[in-house]
Design a protein around this ligand. Structure first.
Ligand code: APR
Length: 189
């Protein structure tokens, strides 16, 4: 699958890196790191998790099992890194976002941590490009616009703190509606 020419994209230059939003599928991204919206078991699931394991193949699950055996479950807000199997990436970073419980149970901090820990694993691996799905906004029911504001604010903070770490940070919207919200938050409208 060649890198698709996106039917929709929007980008901003931030501290020497490109913050980009595209409409597409996380498994079609050609980047150094693809981020997975995992659960604490690290043993797969539906949505993004299902697509990544289905497309990436068994090597990813095998690596996740080894991490489970070594360190146990992945807590919300944490992130681990594995090979990317058949995906067009070097690594997959598996992060666990918070389940939305109304916003008073520390969800924003946990979501921020899921993004910042994903950036940390990618930096440790020497990644120059990274693609994120919209963590926690599906099965975990985090309100989309609130989550997008956390995602983009965290990306801007990461790029400011590590100005030469990345060439591109990509956010992959799975629907036209989601793309529009990302674009509005990115462009500050
Ligand atoms: N590419 C890009 N985005 C996708 C894709 C895809 N292939 N599939 C789903 N999405 C979008 C959803 O529309 C949603 O906006 O990704 C966002 C995250 O949805 P989920 O995958 O449900 O992730 P999350 O809300 O973090 O819930 C994680 O779901 O799949 C299980 O094992 C996973 O238990 C974990 C939970």
């Amino acid at each position: 699958m060649s890198e698709t020419q996106y039917e929709r994209e929007s980008s901003r230059e931030v501290g020497g890196a490109t913050l980009r939003v595209v409409l597409g599928n996380i498994v079609g991204q050609h980047v150094d790191v693809i981020v997975n919206a995992a659960n604490s078991s690290l043993l797969g699931g539906g949505g993004v998790d299902g697509a990544i394991h289905r497309t990436g193949g068994p090597d990813i699950l095998e690596a996740c099992r080894a991490i489970r055996a070594r360190q146990g479950k992945c807590a919300p807000g944490q992130a681990v890194i594995t090979p990317a199997g058949r995906l067009h990436a070097e690594h997959v970073v598996h992060t666990v976002g918070p389940v939305w419980r109304g916003g008073e149970s520390g969800e924003p901090d946990l979501l921020r941590s899921a993004y910042s820990e994903s950036f940390a694993r990618a930096r440790e691996a020497g990644a120059r490009t990274i693609a994120f799905p919209s963590i926690s906004t599906g099965a975990y029911r985090y309100p989309f616009r609130d989550a997008t504001e956390v995602a983009l604010a965290t990306a801007r903070a990461e790029l400011a703190a590590h100005p030469d770490a990345f060439d591109e940070v990509r956010f992959v919207a799975f629907s036209a509606r989601d793309f529009m919200i990302y674009q509005e938050v990115l462009e500050g409208t």
